[in-house]
Design a protein around this ligand. Structure first.
Ligand SMILES: Cc1cc2nc3c(=O)[nH]c(=O)nc-3n(C[C@H](O)[C@H](O)[C@H](O)COP(=O)(O)OP(=O)(O)OC[C@H]3O[C@@H](n4cnc5c(N)ncnc54)[C@H](O)[C@@H]3O)c2cc1C
Length: 390
């Protein structure tokens, strides 16, 4: 198969970029494909968000997958009579159900599911006629341009003390996660960020005995970085910094990992004060798996006897893409910063034929690159490039 554009990854980023290329840059759908292992587009997003039990997004309503920034608000407006809580205060944050319905509508309008190849790219190499791509299933294709929209979704962060392959210790963001308790249980949630908090509240609402273990106190931030990073207020200085290694420091300082927005913090504090939720600020030392239960040893000396551990410890910060990307970097001599992440130009080009989005675009797009707003920024750059090269 010969393509103009091949997008690797059918998550939030891959889907938005596909919609932008078809809808704004007049790329012919026949010449574009999205490769993603999910049974349908956005599968990782749907699985991860559903597990947390979150009702609304953390980001505002202008961050979505369609072209027009007001599209989601118009879409929600049409449903006003049916549900009141479609947008939450503050910042008009959309309900997850509304965001997903709207995303489905975008996928349908641009016919993107028909462009989805359910597979995984295992090899990518740059040749004279384009980029040669090989899929796990054995298919080969040639693309003039490849967008690497590989998020961190495939690499949940596992703490060292947590053994893998045990039914009763699972990471809530692991692909194929099936560790949600069906009967009343005593459960430890590990992770003091937004996902840990949401998972703990969902378990409480379902009647479980819940313990929440966090390395730090509840850190309150509305967003995972200051809104100033969305525009020139903070990005101007970021662009002035030409040293990509210092840009990495700026990104690390700007992001608030393990933080919770004020409404979630209030709900957690209430549950702790009412003694419905047990809260421990500690590292975990070890876990002992015994017939019929688990013993979790905390660094504070406390031992918890429970039936299940759910890890809500986020995603690993290492560069996504694994061996496939490693080989591509070596074969095409692609530049990387000390942190291992791509050094790209303003069009997000890592190579004349290879573009990036999401975490891989962080050193160009700044601290919001991984978010939905980052997908929109990447879309702006790619559309500009695609239009200029027609
Ligand atoms: C629970 C949760 C809530 C969030 N809420 C918000 C929010 O409210 N607002 C916001 O802005 N952000 C939010 N985020 C952050 C971010 O927007 C999401 O993580 C988003 O899903 C990232 O999209 P992505 O496309 O980069 O990555 P992913 O969702 O990880 O998608 C990438 C896809 O690429 C695929 N892939 C990887 N390697 C290959 C390969 N070699 N070949 C083919 N396919 C491959 C993966 O399988 C995956 O399907 C949230 C994240 C989580 C986990």
């Amino acid at each position: 198969m010969e393509l103009d554009w091949l997008i690797v990854g059918g998550g939030i980023h891959g889907v938005h970029i596909a919609a932008r290329l078809v809808g704004e840059a007049d790329i012919s759908p026949e010449k574009l494909r999205i490769v993603d292992p999910g049974s349908r587009l956005l599968e990782r997003w749907r699985d991860c968000t559903e597990t947390t039990g979150m009702s609304h997004l953390r980001s505002p309503a202008v961050h979505h997958l369609d072209l027009d920034p007001w599209s989601l608000q118009h879409f929600g407006g049409k449903r006003k009579g049916r549900a009141r809580s479609l947008f939450a205060y503050p910042y008009n944050r959309p309900a997850l159900s509304l965001f997903n319905l709207h995303s489905d509508q975008v996928i349908e309008r641009f016919g993107l599911e028909a462009l989805h190849i359910q597979d995984r790219v295992v090899e990518c190499s740059v040749g004279c006629g384009g980029v040669d791509v090989e899929l796990l299933g054995g298919a080969k294709m040639l693309a003039q341009n490849v967008v690497l929209a590989i998020g961190a979704g495939d690499q949940p962060r596992w703490p060292e003390w947590a053994p893998r392959g045990t039914r009763y210790i699972q990471h809530v963001f692991e692909a194929g996660f099936d560790g949600w308790p069906t009967e009343k249980e005593s459960v430890v949630v590990v992770g003091g960020g937004i996902s840990g908090g949401q998972v703990a509240l969902r378990l409480l609402n379902e009647g479980h005995e819940v313990h929440l273990v966090s390395r730090h106190a509840l850190r309150q931030h509305q967003f995972d970085s200051e809104p100033g990073w969305l525009g020139p207020k903070l990005m101007t200085d970021f662009y002035r910094e030409k040293d990509v290694n210092r840009r990495r420091v700026l990104i690390s300082e700007a992001r608030y990992p393990g933080s919770v927005p004020p409404d979630l913090r209030r709900a957690l504090r209430r549950a702790i004060e009412q003694k419905r939720l047990s809260w421990y600020q500690s590292e975990v030392d070890s876990v002992k798996v015994e017939d019929g239960g688990l013993q979790l040893q905390l660094a504070t000396g406390m031992m918890l006897e429970i039936q299940r551990v759910l890890l809500a410890t986020g995603f690993s910060s290492r560069r996504p893409g694994g061996d496939m990307l490693e080989q591509l970097i070596t074969s095409a001599s692609l530049p990387c910063a000390r942190c291992g992440y791509p050094v790209v130009d303003k069009s997000l080009r890592w190579h004349p034929r290879i573009f990036v989005s999401g975490p891989l675009a962080e050193l160009e797009l700044g601290p919001t690159a991984r978010n939905i707003s980052g997908a929109r920024k990447a879309g702006d750059r790619l559309v500009k490039f695609a239009r200029s090269s027609i």
